[in-house]
Structures are given as structure tokens and as C-alpha cells.
Design a protein. Structure first.
Length: 575
């Protein structure tokens, strides 16, 4: 139990003991009907009970403590019924003890704080009037002389009825001034507060006005009127219900520690700062709450008019601050710690998520760069074969043909046949070398683009193959090369395994993605195995953040389908 809670409990216990004493004093006095005794004691007890409940639910809100003190003050006012002179004199000094406490409670409600000089001035005047003015008049009233049977006034200086009357009029006038000022303060607060805070204050004021109206009607009717007792009883009943409205307001506005547990459950899924702000505002009963210092390094974290700030956690060395309405009763350290823990967890998770996303993006870029480097190396090898070995072999073949022509009729037939066989072998080697270079990286792909390269591949295919492709712009080199080799490998598999009679090739670009489809009417083939050509192509497609799928079954044909993002490779790639 905290020190504050211990103080509240001790005061509540003292108030209960004082309440029991007050009930006994009223019964002994004999001038109070039993119904009046029960109602007045119920009012004090209701304030004490409501204060304990409010303090339990919102220990940082001083409204609960003030409610207990109001109940204590109500019971203390009855000490003047005691036959003991000391207790009686103390009761004279505390004859109006509850009034300034009620003013303090209403002026600080619902947050339990006095905001502004006007509110503090009203409460200060209320305490001066409630305790100071009676203390001035007590030494000038001889209660034992005026009312036989009363104990002696231990503070009596001289019996001066004129002074006592003047003090009484001053008390009434000053009380009226404080009451009017309090109404002005409450009216201003009702107009300025947010809708979520306005309802509890309005409820308290409405019940207070209803009680004041009933009290005024009872005074106007006078004690001799038949309805006077009924109206006065209604006033006392309303007064007994009044502390309930205070407790409802404090408990209704207090942030719930269990709500933070709900918040923790809600943020198990990815949660953005904006979504977290909405969740915090819902749990902490402050829809205007905003988070500063997190994903907003340049945001102003200063509280504006009617706002205040609370540091919840830190993220990357920067404090995460909650800027919230000054109306909220949000000072409970338990709630601050719990909310700060949740905010810190979400901030750390988002920071780690961003770091992981950055690492994944770099990993994808590195895979794309590897594909591009491999394609660039393919192009280099293709150019070296075309411009080097192939050209030299062509030159040798031309030389052999020229030699045959010049030596025609001057060499033995066997030597001529040998030269012819050598020329034919060179032509075969040149064709094989050209096919090898085209398999490594076709020149038409670099020069003309994907559609012409796939069309050329289909034209050389022994099985009839059709190409369906819309007008495609030039795509990143890595995307074009990957799509080409998907088609080439799919055709190779058809020729090796499918026994198909026709092949359909489809190319389409839509919504930032290139779709490649190769379909045959053969016997069907299995999914790619480790080390197969399609397996390597699947890895290559995944390196570009795409996917490759194979569909089909026995005697149902096979479809090789690939989807590659068009932005998988950076712009400006050298072809």
C-alpha cells in the first residue's frame, strides 16, 4: 500500500468513527428525527465510500481524497452537539467545515487539480470563509448562556451578540460571493472542456443545481408549509446521491490498467504510429492524444494551450512523448509505466522491422546484381566467341575454299576430297559455335529485345511453336534475359521429354509484372529437380523477386509459368 493510499484509508476510518459518534450525538440530542439522522449520516458515508472507490481506481486523482475529506467535514460539523466542552468548542470551529471542501472538490473536478489562478483564488477564499470567519465569531458567542444545557465555550472572550450577528452576515455574504464565482468557473469549464470530459462535470453540476433548487424551495415554503418536509427530504436524498456522481466521473475518466493489457493484445500485430496513437487515445480516454518524437523528428513536442506532455519511452535515443489534453486524469504512474512499456515495445519492433526490411531489400538488390553480372558475363563470352573464335574459323574456312578453287585440277583427287572434308568440318564447327554462342546469350536479345529473340527461338524449334505477345517495350536486361531463358529451357524440356506436337508461348506485361507462359500438348513432365535446368531458372526468377511454377500431369500437357517484376532490376542497366 502506498503512503497516499494509507493516508486516505486512515482518514476514511477516522471519518467512519466520527460518523458513528455524530449519529450517537444526534440521537442523544433528541431534536433530530430518525429519518433526518439516517439521511445526513448516509450523505457523509456516501462521500467517504465514493472517495475510497475513486481513489482506488485513480490514485493519482486527488478527487477521491477530497471526497473522503468532505465526508469527514460533514461529520465534524455535528461535534457541536457534544456535551463535552472541548469537543463542543472544536465543533463550533468546524461548524462549516464541509463547505470549503465541497468548493475545492468541484473547482478541481474531474482531474483533481486546480488549474489557473481563478480556481485557486476561489478555493483559497472558500477556506478562509469556511474556517476563518467562524473562528472570528466563536469568541463572541456565549452558547451556554443563550442555550441552557449547552457546554461552555472554551474560547469565549465576551458575549457580544452584535459581533456574532455581523460575523453571521459576513459569512452569508462571503459564501454567496464564493458560490457565484464557483458557478462562473464551472460554466467556463463546461464550455471549454472536451466532450469526453464535459459529461461528468455536467452531471455533477446538474445534481448540485437540483439540490440547490430543492433547498431554495424548502426555504421559500417555510417550516410551517405542508410540503416543506417532503421537499427537504428530497433535497437530502439528492445530496446523498451527489457523491455518487463524483465517483462515476472520476472512475469513468480514469485510464484503465486493464485497458493497457487490451492495448498490448491489440499491438501483437504490426502497428503503425498512427494506429498506436488511436489505440492509446481509446485506452487513456483522450482522443486528442498525439505521439511526438517517433517517426516525426521535426515535430513540435511542446504542449499547447490546454495540453501537457508525458514522456513514455525512448526510440533510437529520442524520447517518445505523449501530448495530451490537460483535462485527462492521466497521472497514474502505473498507467504511464504500462503505456510506456507498450509504446517502447512497438517502437523497438518497428525499428527492427525497418532494419530487417532494409537488409532484405539489400539482399534482393545483391541477388539482382548477381544476375546482371552473370548476364553481362554471358554477353561478353558471346561477343568473344562471335568476334574471336568464330571469325577466325570463318577466315580459315574461306581460305580452304579459295585454296580448293586455285588448286582445282592440279591436285590428286584424294587431297581434294581431304580439303573438301576439312571445309565442311569447319562449316559444321562454325554452326555449332554459333549455336553455342546463341545459347550463352543470343545477340538478337541484346539488339532487338525479348519478343524478337523468343520469335527467333520458336522459328528454330523442330516442333511447331507459336508466339503470342503484345508490343512490349524494352525491359531491364536482367528481366529480358531471365524470361528468354525460361522459354528456352521450357522448349528444351519439351523436345527432350514431352513428345509434343505443338508449343504455345505467351508473353504479357501488366501491372508492373512480366508474365511468361510456355504450354505444350505432350505427355507432361514433373516438377524441377535439384540440378535441373528449370530448377536453376527458378532460383534465377526468385532472385528477381519473381516466381516460377509448373503445372500439368500425365498426358495433359505441361505449362511452365513465370512472373517477374518489371522493377526487379534498377533503371539504366547496361544491355
Amino acid at each position: 500500500m502506498t503512503r497516499h493510499r494509507a493516508v486516505v484509508v486512515v482518514l476514511a476510518g477516522f471519518a467512519v468513527a466520527l460518523g458513528v459518534a455524530a449519529v450517537l450525538l444526534k440521537i442523544r440530542d433528541g431534536a433530530h428525527p430518525m429519518a433526518d439522522v439516517l439521511l445526513t449520516s448516509s450523505a457523509g458515508t456516501a462521500f467517504v465510500a465514493a472517495g475510497l472507490i475513486a481513489d482506488r481506481r485513480a490514485p493519482s486523482n486527488r478527487s477521491g481524497l477530497l471526497m473522503v475529506l468532505v465526508g469527514l467535514g460533514l461529520f465534524a460539523e455535528d461535534l457541536q452537539l457534544s456535551p463535552n466542552a472541548v469537543v463542543f468548542t472544536a465543533g463550533l470551529l468546524l461548524a462549516h467545515a464541509s463547505a470549503p471542501l465541497v468548493v475545492h472538490l468541484m473547482a478541481s473536478f474531474p482531474a483533481g487539480r486546480l488549474d489557473g489562478r481563478f480556481a485557486k483564488g476561489i478555493v483559497g477564499c472558500a477556506y478562509a470563509v469556511g474556517f476563518g470567519v467562524p473562528a472570528v465569531g466563536v469568541p463572541f458567542v456565549d452558547w451556554a448562556a443563550r442555550f441552557p444545557g449547552k457546554p461552555a465555550n472554551l474560547l469565549l472572550v465576551v458575549d457580544a451578540p452584535a459581533v456574532g450577528d455581523a460575523v453571521g452576515r459576513t459569512l452569508e455574504l462571503a459564501g454567496a460571493v464564493v458560490g457565484v464565482a464557483l458557478l462562473v468557473l464551472l460554466a467556463r469549464r463546461l464550455g471549454a472542456r472536451t466532450a469526453g470530459v464535459r459529461w461528468p462535470l455536467g452531471l455533477v453540476v446538474a445534481v448540485a443545481l437540483a439540490g440547490a433548487a430543492l433547498s431554495a424551495v424548502a426555504s421559500l415554503l417555510g417550516s410551517g408549509h405542508p410540503a416543506h418536509a417532503v421537499v427537504l427530504t428530497c433535497y437530502k436524498i439528492v445530496f446523498c446521491l451527489w457523491p455518487v456522481t463524483f465517483a462515476v466521473g472520476v472512475v469513468g475518466l480514469a485510464p484503465r490498467v486493464g485497458g493497457v493489457a487490451d492495448l498490448l493484445a491489440a499491438v501483437r500485430q504490426p502497428c503503425s504510429p498512427a494506429e498506436l496513437r488511436v489505440l492509446l487515445g481509446r485506452v487513456l480516454r483522450d482522443p486528442s492524444l498525439r505521439l511526438v518524437g517517433w517517426h516525426q523528428p521535426d515535430a513540435d513536442d511542446r504542449a499547447g494551450p490546454g495540453e501537457r506532455t508525458v514522456v513514455l519511452a525512448e526510440c533510437a535515443g529520442r524520447p517518445i512523448t505523449a501530448v495530451l489534453s490537460r483535462d485527462t486524469t492521466w497521472d497514474d504512474p502505473r498507467v504511464i509505466r504500462a503505456a510506456g512499456t507498450v509504446v517502447g515495445m512497438v517502437a523497438d519492433r518497428l525499428r527492427l522491422h525497418e532494419e530487417i526490411e532494409g537488409q532484405l531489400a539489400e539482399f534482393r538488390r545483391s541477388r539482382v546484381r548477381l544476375v546482371e553480372l552473370a548476364d553481362a558475363e554471358r554477353r561478353r563470352v558471346e561477343r568473344d566467341l562471335h568476334d574471336g573464335a568464330q571469325q577466325r574459323l570463318v577466315a580459315v574456312a574461306i581460305g580452304l575454299r579459295l585454296a580448293r578453287r586455285r588448286l582445282e585440277g592440279h591436285v590428286e583427287p584424294a587431297l581434294d576430297r581431304l580439303l573438301a572434308a576439312g571445309a565442311e568440318g569447319l562449316e559444321t564447327a562454325i554452326g555449332e559455335l554459333r549455336d553455342l554462342a546463341r545459347g550463352i546469350h543470343p545477340a538478337v536479345l541484346t539488339q532487338a529485345g525479348l519478343v524478337p529473340a523468343v520469335t527467333s527461338l520458336a522459328e528454330r524449334c523442330p516442333v511447331p511453336a507459336s508466339v503470342s505477345a503484345a508490343e512490349l517495350p524494352r525491359l531491364p536486361a536482367a528481366v529480358e534475359a531471365t524470361a528468354y531463358f525460361v522459354v528456352a529451357e521450357a522448349i528444351t524440356n519439351v523436345l527432350k521429354h514431352a513428345g509434343a506436337t505443338r508449343i504455345g508461348i505467351r508473353l504479357a506485361a501488366d501491372a508492373g509484372r512480366l508474365t511468361v507462359s510456355v504450354r505444350d500438348d505432350g505427355a507432361g513432365c514433373a516438377t524441377p529437380r535439384g540440378g535441373s535446368g528449370l530448377d536453376g531458372l527458378a532460383e534465377r526468377v526468385r532472385a528477381l523477386d519473381g516466381r516460377l511454377e509448373i503445372h500439368g500431369g500425365q498426358r495433359a500437357g505441361t505449362t511452365v509459368w513465370a512472373e517477374i517484376p518489371l522493377d526487379a532490376a534498377p533503371e539504366g542497366v547496361t544491355r
